[in-house]
Ligand binder design. Sequence first.
Ligand code: ZN
Length: 167
Amino acid sequence: MPARTILQLGNEVLRQKAKPVSKGMRGLRKLADDMFATMDNAEGVGLAAPQIGVPLQVIVVDAEDVRMAVVNPEIVKTSEPMVEDDEGCLSYAGFFGPVSRYQSVVVKGRSLDWKKVRIRANDLLARVFQHEIDHLNGTLFLDHVADPDQLQRAEADDEPDAPTRGA
Ligand code: ZN
């Protein structure tokens, strides 16, 4: 399960709406394995299939001790407050900026073996889910950064904290 190339800002796949996965799709587990490998290789906290050029509704997350793939994920509940924190994206490597997200969300979807899953996520995990599900709609974190001047360049020797590790 090789790490794949992560598409960068400017690639049109990142701006497309991803398609739902249908039950029994061949290659789903292989796709998820490659996504985990790609996320780990980039030391990210999440990844969406469009970021490796596959316009399907599949995400992987690795935050707050939760490591899982979710197929056809959907946010079904959001809870205030909104929390602003620095956020980065593996498809816009080297930059981060402040994004407001719901502090907690409930996500529904399917596991790789097609069981229904429902996850209540808080804090960083909630942020990662919102970021990845945005990717499935062609939205990037910088669309949420109010002022482009707030985007900062990460220095190569920085020890970035988790949200700016990218997703
Ligand atoms: Zn991203």
